[in-house]
Design a protein around this ligand. Sequence first.
Ligand code: HEC
Length: 93
Amino acid sequence: MRFAVALVTFVTFVTLAGHATGAEFEASGYHEQHCTRCHGSEVYTRDNRRVQSYHALQAQVARCDANLAMGLFPEDLNALVEHLNTRYYRFDK
Ligand code: HEC
């Protein structure tokens, strides 16, 4: 029993430590690696692009991320949204 508790504590620690390093989530690199599987960045700049507000961008990134099932943390998603907004969309918040 004590071993089980120790194991759970250990696993929790490793998970949290993993997340701590995950805090250095790099939106640009992640985007290059995972988000260009179905579409390139041209969908962000095309004339008839669908996303028309910061809120819609958050929603779209969440939808697309769900397809990838990478289990991103909310702050990583935010970093991705920020990245796309700074680089392509330039919405006011
Ligand atoms: C499983 C395939 C798939 C993956 C992977 C994917 N997307 Fe998408 N994404 C789509 C489709 C389909 C559309 C709609 C394209 C269209 O309307 O022509 C889209 C559209 C978008 C748009 C809206 C473009 C516009 O018209 O303004 C954004 C923003 C976007 N994706 C971001 C992302 C991000 C960020 C990732 C990585 C987390 C990602 N996508 C990964 C399928 C995907």
